[in-house]
Design a protein around this ligand. Structure first.
Ligand code: GLN
Length: 485
């Protein structure tokens, strides 16, 4: 499995063309899709056209950037002009966006080769990709298990080498959780670092786009390509994008003594022993690399899940009001009147989980309940943020498990939303605080399923998160294992 660095080298030395690389990726997709179902749409023609442009540039002696010619998957909740964007929902089954999201525009400009749109839970609501209205994606390590979600298609595609890297979105864990379950690197950047223009909104105060990759270096390269201020997104941060590659040093203490905090509260009830052991072994590895290890308590952490399941549905209920059968997307056939057109369209177009969240969100925002639920949850959100602020006075990064368990079987949790929600116990507080969080492989369970280590940084400290992840990755060999498909 080639890294971006390998592919870049092959391209500039003219050992292989971008078209050849794209064809290889498309062939892998064709071979594996019957088993995996990671892609909702394969965009072969567009991929080859983009690859040809890169080859022309190379032939003309022009310099190419890191992302040029790199096969990339895009989660199907990012708008691609002229290419159907379904968000995994029936209600957007025929939606062809008239505009391009900022991230895909940036990637196209950088010469990245989009091979297709990846599967996801409908409107990014879910932890297993089973909520997609179209298909269930399989976990490349065990085809009977889920890849995690909601960006399960992107995670599986990267793990199975259907593409080199992919984009996902993370509202409560949807990049890190599937990355953990598929044994790849997934990074949710600081809220506002990557433009959300053209990302179909789920919960706008939490949504963030980020990279999936098979190595920390590839994730750093992709992050560099998509980060940066965008006047079209009002929450976009006005900051300079650093060269993320410059932070990747195998020596953890190259700058100063690195301080790693362990979030105590994540080691309690519900955590599989094998996951806890793997994460503690990773902490020992950090110690062996010379890091100072500090036990950190984040007492409000445990309120993350209930807080999220008030705030996210509230925002979703407002964001999803636009799907009414009038402006775009699915419209119910033969309604009797305008009102029944609205109600039937929404009843038929949305799946069960989306409806559940719209109902919860409508309730928590309604007069009389707003103060008791929504406002209260906002206050708790501030408390969770304060826990993190205090923690980062003592340490450079925090570590904890990414998920309480390894990949579960398809169908195992579909009838029990609450147990499904628990998958994101450890990722959600990071979204509530707007912080960067990365998951990378730190072991395997007895069935050979990958285990994820989560590394969390302070606001805009992607540098420290990447530095810690890189040093750990270079000192271990987990990332070298690949699924046998
Ligand atoms: N699994 C969580 C949910 O269902 C998080 C989803 C996400 O991050 N998009 O909401």
């Amino acid at each position: 499995m080639a890294s971006i660095r390998d592919l870049h080298q092959q391209l500039v030395s003219k050992e292989r063309s971008a078209v050849e690389i794209a064809e290889e990726s498309l062939a892998q997709i064709q071979a594996l899709e019957p088993k995996l179902r990671s892609f909702l749409m394969v965009t072969g023609d567009r991929a080859l056209e983009q690859a040809r442009r890169v080859d022309d540039q190379i032939a003309a002696g022009e310099a190419i950037g890191w992302m040029a010619g790199i096969p990339t998957g895009i989660k199907d909740n990012m708008c691609t002009q002229g290419i159907r964007t379904t968000c995994g929902s029936k209600i957007l089954q025929n939606f062809v966006p008239p505009y391009e999201s900022t991230v895909t525009h940036k990637l196209a400009t950088a010469g990245a080769v989009m091979v297709g749109k990846t599967n996801l839970d409908e409107f990014a609501m879910g932890s297993s990709t089973e909520n997609s209205a179209y298909q269930v994606t399989a976990n490349p390590w065990d085809l009977e298990r889920v890849p995690g979600g909601s960006s399960g298609g992107s995670a599986a595609a990267v793990a199975a080498d259907e593409c080199t890297v992919a984009l996902g979105s993370d509202t409560g864990g949807s990049i890190r959780q599937p990355a953990a379950l598929c044994g790849v690197v997934g990074l949710k950047p600081t809220y506002g670092l990557v433009s959300r223009y053209g990302l179909v909104a789920y919960a706008s105060s939490l949504d963030q786009i980020g990279p999936f990759a098979r190595s920390v270096e590839d994730a750093a390269i992709l992050l560099g390509a998509i980060a940066g201020y965008d006047p079209q997104d009002s929450t976009s941060l006005k900051v300079e994008v650093p060269d993320y590659l410059s932070f990747l040093n195998p020596n953890l203490n190259a700058q100063k003594k690195f301080r790693v905090g362990i979030i105590q509260e994540t080691f309690g009830e519900g955590l599989d022993a094998i996951v806890g052991d793997a994460v503690m072994a990773a902490v020992d590895q950090f110690k062996a690399m010379g890091a100072e290890i500090v036990n950190i308590s984040c007492p409000q952490f445990r309120y993350g899940l209930p807080t999220y399941y008030i705030l996210a549905p509230s925002e979703a209920s407002a964001n999803l009001a636009r799907y009414d059968g009038v402006k775009y997307g699915y419209r119910s056939e033969q309604p009797d009147n305008l009102m029944s057109m609205y109600t039937q369209t929404r009843a038929q177009g949305f799946g069960a989980e989306v409806k559940r969240r719209i109902m919860i969100g409508t309730y928590t925002l309604s007069a009389g309940y707003y103060d008791a639920y929504y406002l209260k949850a906002q206050k708790v959100r501030t408390l969770i943020k304060q826990d993190f602020e205090q923690a980062f006075e003592q340490v450079d990064v925090l570590v904890c498990p990414t998920t309480p368990t390894t990949a579960f079987k398809a169908g195992e949790k579909t009838d029990d939303p609450l147990s499904m929600y628990l998958s994101d116990l450890m990722t959600i507080p990071v979204n509530l605080a707007g912080l960067p969080g990365l998951s990378l492989p730190c072991g395997f369970d007895a069935q050979g399923l990958p285990i994820g280590l989560q590394i969390v940084g302070n606001v805009l400290r992607e540098d420290l998160v990447l530095q810690a992840a890189y040093a750990y990755e270079q000192a271990t060999e987990w990332h070298l294992r690949t699924p046998s498909l």
